[in-house]
Design a protein around this ligand. Sequence first.
Ligand code: KG4
Ligand code: ZN
Length: 343
Amino acid sequence: MTLILGLESSCDDSAAALVTSDRRILAQAVVGQNSAHQPYGGVVPEIAARAHVEVLPGLIDRVLAEAGVRPDQLDAVAATAGPGLIGGVMVGLLAGKGLALAAGKPLVAVNHLEGHALSPRLSDPNLGFPYLLLLASGGHCQLLEVRGVGDYRRLATTIDDAAGEAFDKAAKLLGLDYPGGPAIEQLARQGDPTAVALPRPLVGSGEPHFSFAGLKSAVQRAAAAGTHRAADIAASFQQAVVDCLVDRTRLALARSDAPTLVVAGGVAANGAVRAALQQLAERHGRTFTSPPGWLCTDNAAMIAWAGAERLAAGLNDGLDAPARARWPLDAAADAVRGAGVKA
Ligand code: KG4
Ligand code: ZN
């Protein structure tokens, strides 16, 4: 059994967690920065980095105290080393390096996307490799065959916006707060998903890629028309996203014999998304799993867990591990037209 401290700071959540290789989460804490970015209508990288500097040391103390663990009892320190907003990534990674150095323990420089990708193995002890993963977050929308720790084959990605980004933009158009996903999901409960005719970009196309930019423009037109209830637009938008995710994932399932379908990343916290993908998996004779909502949105337990998995695979990093703004999980995947803009 190993004990790992995980740190996360790649976007607008500061997080620390203590996780064991036998799947016990001894302590975990996340502090968001919504109010700091609220006046600007989006995440401001400089403000985010400064907030991580202020918050992260206290979070580390808090999880260690809560679990009654001293730094010298750790087996390793795992910190997100990218991809993400580079200032924030550097803050968390340097904190991790300092702790690892002081405690004389190995550092694991974790790819944030690998944190999301392996998180279902923390919540579901029965999930073995390979599995087909829909990774849908604020910065990414990808279909990946997860073959092992550090072994990913990308089947598809978005050619423009990420799925979570689409939720955030649609929410903004409807006058809802950031992050838009939970706000849209809540409002959609009072709406009719068939009320507003919205496009399903790329549905039916031959490659399982995603596109959400046209959907956002259609929401903009529907909101500007002033003839629809906001709840109906929210419900119709959410249904359109679900239809896109299901159609594209269906195509990827046909190209993979992985026995299990998994959805992870912030958008996987959405009940309609989870239910639709579970049904899809059942129709195609695959099992389905997804982490609990709190483990889908950004957190440090998934980073600690990815650290535990990498450590078990004999992988750790030197104190010279770089912070990376861009860091694809499948470096061999071809660039897709319009893709690669998002970190
Ligand atoms: O994984 P995450 O916390 O951060 C990134 O790595 O990007 O994902 C955040 C994204 C945001 O765009 C947020 O709106 C979306 O996930 N999200 C949701 C829900 N909760 C968070 N989208 C739809 N429904 C939700 N319940
Ligand atoms: Zn994330």
